[in-house]
Design a protein around this ligand. Structure first.
Ligand code: MN
Length: 335
């Protein structure tokens, strides 16, 4: 029974606004053809989803637009992926057929949309025990990795809007996210997305623990920010003196990684010392990268005492997903 009255004129305006923001988020590298094909995908998706609404009551089309925007803005994907993201739910949920997509856009697009439709069926029958094998299988059998990337963007938006779902569904979607999608995002090198997926999932699978950690983190946020600033100052100065081109930023540990530590190692929140990390990103020529990283390491450890067993060299042996970096844990003079 639908009793809400929607302001359709206002909604149309909002939909168009959302589309324009999407186009802006793509940046300057788009041709006239790109804009035309984007607009065509948008028009088809708007029409196909026009009578559908999400659980929250908003027009369904906001979902594919948001997914497309994640692809553009947060994953840096190209126009083909953005177009497919706009179309990603049409074949599965509306009268639009795969043949329609092929006729309108060509086989490059219809193959990806087809992959997105099929992958859903496989995902639906996977349990956490099969997750590891499944991830491997998925990556090897999908001949276009964009299918998986768009799928991750789709899941990220669904997790961000999980609030309005029924609670049994929330739990199913959240646990699937932590055993399938977060590791998948990690494997493909999307660290921020992996971390956000883990945090969002934990919010629903372990609501009390999530709340508690979140509050504690929030409580001494200011103290931590100030500490990070003090801590980085001498390093920053020395890097400047030595002529490095660099960026230095503090990264608070995610709620999930704290929970994981408490859970696995049985320690208390107060016993976790590396509640935050500092990231130094340097811009150097590929042939000097390794040497420069060690120079920076030596600058850091001139100021702070390192703990030798905590040194990780991901430069000599990069992680499977291509990640390269030096990690270390150091102690400030105040402990
Ligand atoms: Mn979707």
């Amino acid at each position: 029974m639908q009793t809400t009255e929607y302001n359709l004129k206002e909604e149309r305006k909002q939909i168009l606004d959302a589309y324009r923001s999407l186009v802006r988020s793509i940046g300057s590298k788009k041709s006239k053809e790109d804009l035309e094909i984007l607009r065509k995908a948008f028009d088809i998706a708007v029409e196909a989803h026009k009578d559908m609404r999400r659980k929250s009551g908003e027009p369904y089309i906001f979902h594919p637009i948001a997914v497309a925007r994640i692809c553009a803005e947060e994953m840096g994907l190209g126009v083909t992926s953005i177009v497919c993201a706009l179309l990603h739910d049409t074949v599965e949920d509306t009268y639009v057929t795969l043949e329609d997509v092929e006729r309108q856009f060509g086989s490059k697009y219809s193959k990806i949309v087809d992959g997105l439709t099929k992958i859903d069926e496989v995902f639906d029958y996977t349990t956490s025990d099969q997750a590891e094998n499944f991830r491997k299988l998925l990556i090897s059998m999908t001949d276009d990795v964009r299918v998986i990337l768009i799928k991750i963007a789709d899941r990220l938006h669904n997790m961000r809007t999980l609030e309005s779902m029924r609670s049994d569904k929330q739990l199913k979607i959240a646990s699937e996210t932590s055993f399938l999608y977060a590791p998948l995002a990690h494997r493909l090198g999307f660290y921020n997305i992996k971390s956000e997926l883990e945090d969002l999932a934990l919010r629903y699978t372990e609501p009390e623990a999530y709340q508690e950690i979140q509050e504690k983190l929030e409580k001494d946020k200011e103290v931590r920010t100030r500490f990070i600033r003090h801590f980085s100052a001498p390093i920053k100065k020395e890097l400047e003196t030595q002529g490095f081109s660099f960026e230095i930023k503090g990264r608070p540990k995610s709620v999930y990684s704290i929970w994981n530590k408490i859970h696995k190692k049985g320690v208390a929140f107060e016993e976790i010392y590396d509640l935050f990390a500092i990231r130094i990103i340097i811009d150097s020529k590929p042939e000097y990268e390794k040497a420069d990283c060690w120079k920076v390491y030596s600058i850091v450890t001139d100021f702070y005492k390192p703990s030798p067993e905590r040194l990780r060299d991901w430069i000599t042996t990069p992680k499977q997903n291509g990640y390269e970096s030096l990690h270390t844990t150091v102690m400030s003079p105040t402990g």
